[in-house]
Design a protein around this ligand. Structure first.
Ligand code: GDD
Ligand code: MN
Length: 368
């Protein structure tokens, strides 16, 4: 019994310590380390922004207006909307908007006859993109005017193949679902920037990602953002997430919507770290092996240790009922309550994602 308890204690300690230490370490690096890049402030390549859409009738015009406001030479910019047979008229609305308003940026609307997923649509659009840099974005997010300029600077270094930016919520204080997501993003962003400063992060944001076209060749399917970043790292390049470029994203205040979205995103994370694990085992991984190993632990092993930790906690509560007093404390302090909720739900999303991946339920297309 004592031995059993010791094992539980060690596993529980690992469960808590690995993410905490990794976060503190990466935050320090994100704040203190330099980029080790040679940036050319005069670099001004041509850029194609591809926005994949499926049923985005409500937001597509706002997104086109937002892209028009970008502070970048209009003759060096091109926008491609690639729609996958939306049933709400997204493509027609976009076409009508372009016809009625003479846009200052060359804008192309492509229509697929069948919905085969976002990554497929991006690859279709790639054939029509004529620029040196390919950017991807979503219909529902917003960029600030200097986004391209700020991101492009980093691509002037020949070792950097791709650059991504940070997600900021449009509505961080709306509900517990958005508060916890906003808290999550803050922690997450430090880790991604820290990894990028060491060499690269492969966790990319499809809503704000810039790739050098001659290196990209094709988007990874179905992980168009992080999968493509991993492929570029495997080719020997750096792929980085930078702190000075962020995009605004709306986030549903409802937990049921959040669960669906977060489980899908978690599936992509599980898939990408599983790919790294396999490459690492074969001795072929070019990403810093420790970045990969810690993330494999965090995304694939630690969700199971979460179950161990939860069971241990229940066991301790039965043994020492006085500890039950901690519960009202957690529930009464709003910050502690949100942190607790974030912690529990994150592992729940990952566990669900792991089971869905294991039983072949990949989400190439998702409910809008
Ligand atoms: N053409 C096309 N075809 N576009 C699609 C499809 C499709 O089958 N499915 C989704 N999209 C578009 C949406 O219209 C939106 O513009 C963008 O892809 C992202 O989809 P959202 O539904 O807004 O998802 P999100 O907010 O969770 O997006 C994040 O996660 C995705 C991966 O799960 C972003 O980071 C995406 O870039 C990322 O692909
Ligand atoms: Mn979205």
């Amino acid at each position: 019994m004592d031995f059993m308890l010791l094992i539980l204690a060690v596993l529980s300690a690992l469960h808590i310590m690995v993410p905490s230490v990794y976060y503190v370490f990466m935050k320090r690096i994100a704040e203190k380390k330099s980029w080790n890049l040679r940036l050319d402030e005069n670099y001004e390549p041509t850029v194609t922004v591809i926005v994949a859409t499926y049923n985005e009738a409500n937001v597509i015009v706002g997104r086109l207006q937002n892209l028009e406001e970008l502070n970048y030479p209009k003759d060096k910019l091109e926008i491609i909307i690639v729609d996958s047979a939306s049933t709400d008229g997204t493509a027609d609305i976009a076409k009508a908007y372009i016809k009625e308003n003479s846009l200052s940026v060359r804008t192309l609307i492509l229509e697929e006859t069948q919905r085969k997923g976002k990554a497929r649509a991006l690859n279709y659009a790639l054939q029509y993109a004529s620029s040196e840099i390919i950017a991807t974005s979503d219909a529902d997010c917003r960029w600030v005017p200097d986004t391209i300029r700020n991101a492009i600077r980093y691509l002037s270094d020949p070792s950097v193949a791709a650059v991504s930016g940070q997600e900021t919520l449009m509505n961080p204080d709306q509900s517990s679902a958005t508060r916890t997501e906003s808290q999550h993003r803050k922690l997450f962003n430090y880790i991604r920037v820290g990894e990028s400063k060491i060499h690269s992060t492969i966790i990319f944001e499809g809503a704000l990602a810039f790739f050098k076209k001659e290196l990209l060749k094709r988007f990874d399917e179905p992980c168009d953002d992080s999968g493509s970043a991993l492929n570029l790292v495997q080719e020997g390049y750096r792929t980085i997430l930078i702190p000075d470029v962020s995009f605004l994203n709306p986030f549903s205040p409802k937990w049921n919507k959040k669960i669906a979205k977060k489980t899908r995103r978690a599936q992509h994370l599980v898939e990408i770290w599983y790919r790294c694990l396999v490459l690492d085992l074969k001795g072929k991984l070019k990403l810093n092996p420790w970045i990969s190993r810690v993330n494999v632990f965090l995304h694939i092993v630690n969700p199971f240790l979460f179950l161990v930790f939860a069971l241990t906690s229940v066991f301790l509560l039965v043994e020492y009922p006085a500890a039950l007093l901690a519960i009202p404390l957690i529930l009464l302090i709003p910050k502690a309550r949100d942190s607790f909720l974030l912690y529990v739900t994150n592992y729940f999303f990952l566990l669900q994602a792991i089971f869905m991946q294991a039983f072949g339920r990949r989400q190439v297309v998702w409910k809008k």
